[in-house]
Design a protein around this ligand. Sequence first.
Ligand code: CA
Length: 413
Amino acid sequence: MKQTDEVKVMRDPIHGYIHVNLQVVWDCINAKEFQRLRRIHQLGGDFQVYHTAEHSRFSHSLGVYEIVRRMVNEISELKESLTEYEKATVMLAGLLHDIGHGPFSHAFEGISPLKHEEYTVKIIMEDTEIHHILAAVDECLPRDVASIITYQHPKECMNQMVSGQLDADRMDYLLRDAYFTGTSYGNFDLERILRTIRVHDGRIVVKESGIHSVEDYIMARYHMYWQVYLHPVARSYESLLSILFRRLKDLYQMDSSIKEIVPMFAPFLSGESADVKALYRLDEPAALYGFSCLIQGKDFIAADLAYRILNRKLFEYQTIQSDEDVKDIITYVKKLGYDSTYYVHQDAVSQKPYSPYASNENGHNIWVLEKNGEVVELSLASDIVKALIHADLKEEKKVYYPLERLSFREDVI
Ligand code: CA
């Protein structure tokens, strides 16, 4: 593995510095597909609630890389058992795990034929700058990096580091999103967790003495979900995006000339040529430009929704107690003169901060190494986590709708 001439460092508010000493990592950071992540927000609609949550997937990806780099250098079993090639592979998987995200992440997946995980694998495996950088080091490297991101690498601990339940991805985003939203819910003791991680039978485990910091991490996830990720105002912004994307798809079915107004969305509306090149071109600035073009366009619904997105004229929301609530709102929205198939949006959210045995693969659990040498699943070692996973699943159903009719004139600024 070729080293850089000197260790490259980038300042980071979460980790102090990001350290790069492998040429292949440095080259991937400088590849155009990775630089594109500067133009994709990390948090879909949360900057509409927390006005400083403007950080990008670029900085989060560097943060995930840095945590993995620390794991393979500071956890002695990993440092000693992994080869230099394996260390580089898992660091690259951390760096590249989000490379396939579209604009406004989850809302965009409503019109995209592929999920962001599928685009991530395609960007690593197909004819891209990233692929050629990896393949030039070793022809197996693209496949090996992708296998960690899809949790299919034969070495369990390498999958766990990037996409387990106690992985570098979640650890970075909780800390980073807490920092940039200005909330304190997401904080937990990363240093303590890194100090107490061990490898046992090829699996990542946490020493019993580190259990309190892991509980704190689980609680951080719980609070961040309700206070940040599932915040109803952020959901309101994201619902406008979803509805607008649905409207564009419907318009395309009726009359494909809409693609001339918003060519950046065209491959995704037809679904035929939504390849990695189309995804590369569709970053958030391109999408936002598309929205401003729609405001000038002929379709009232698309223009109105695009205007709302650009100017934060969000939908109101109400918790749904019964079907009657929704019926009343549909009547209300029709009275305003809006088409209720677009202007009444229902959304149900729920979350589990930790769910053991969610998958048959044991690696998705968090494992605790007890003092007697036995390894047990976290909820069997922690009363707090046990209470949390056996509590009723909290679910919230809301309906989003416009409170009043919006009037806008594009000739007035
Ligand atoms: Ca991520």
